[in-house]
Write a protein that binds this ligand. Structure first.
Ligand code: HEC
Length: 168
């Protein structure tokens, strides 16, 4: 067989395969019966189920907790990871999908970053602890401004991640 004909055949096969694959996906969604309606209605439905402050703050809370114990146990790499992830959750998720709190979120980020990352880089726990206390207050300033002042953050008492395995 001519090489060009063979290549053409492979391309057609790929395109048809992809089409069958995507129809299959659409059919599965329709069969599950929730992602229905016009394209706009479907997008609205998808947008409305993006995780909001309630869910993501629990995640931030865990990372805040483990940030402290990563530093306390000298796992500075894991501490940096926790501080980075807190920033990512706020910047790349919440500030995108829930913009009405962005003014406070920006204030928080400006007051906390790179301050906390700089403290981690120094790898000295007493200095880190001071920066962590500032971070805790910055978190709570947003809670006060957003009228959830009952979310008072305590100084962490025990790690949660299996990486730290019960470090106190
Ligand atoms: C931009 C504002 C803002 C910032 C900054 C912020 N929070 Fe929050 N946080 C909230 C709001 C609003 C809620 C209430 C959640 C809701 O509305 O469902 C909340 C709730 C929480 C909760 C309770 C979650 C639950 O439902 O159990 C924790 C824990 C928490 N925040 C931790 C933190 C930590 C730790 C930081 C800092 C590293 C922080 N927050 C920074 C706005 C913020």
């Amino acid at each position: 067989m001519n090489k060009k004909v063979l290549l053409f055949g492979i391309c057609i096969g790929l395109v048809v395969g992809l089409m069958i694959g995507s129809f299959g996906t659409i059919a599965v969604n329709a069969a599950n019966g929730w992602l229905t309606g016009s394209v706009e209605e479907k997008l609205d439905k998808l947008a409305s189920i993006q995780p909001g402050y309630g869910i993501m703050m629990q995640q931030i809370g865990l990372r805040y907790n483990d940030l402290y114990f990563s530093a306390k146990s000298g796992n500075w790499g894991f501490a940096e990871h926790q501080a980075d992830e807190i920033q990512v959750i706020l910047k790349d998720i919440l500030m995108v999908t829930k913009p009405k709190r962005n003014e406070d979120a920006k204030k928080f980020l400006a007051a906390s970053y790179p301050m906390i990352l700089d403290a981690i880089k120094k790898e000295k726990f007493p200095e880190f602890e001071k920066a962590f206390e500032t971070l805790r207050n910055n978190c709570m300033n947003c809670h006060i401004s957003q009228k959830v002042e009952f979310v008072k953050l305590k100084k962490p008492v025990m790690s949660a991640s299996p990486v730290l395995a019960g470090v106190k």
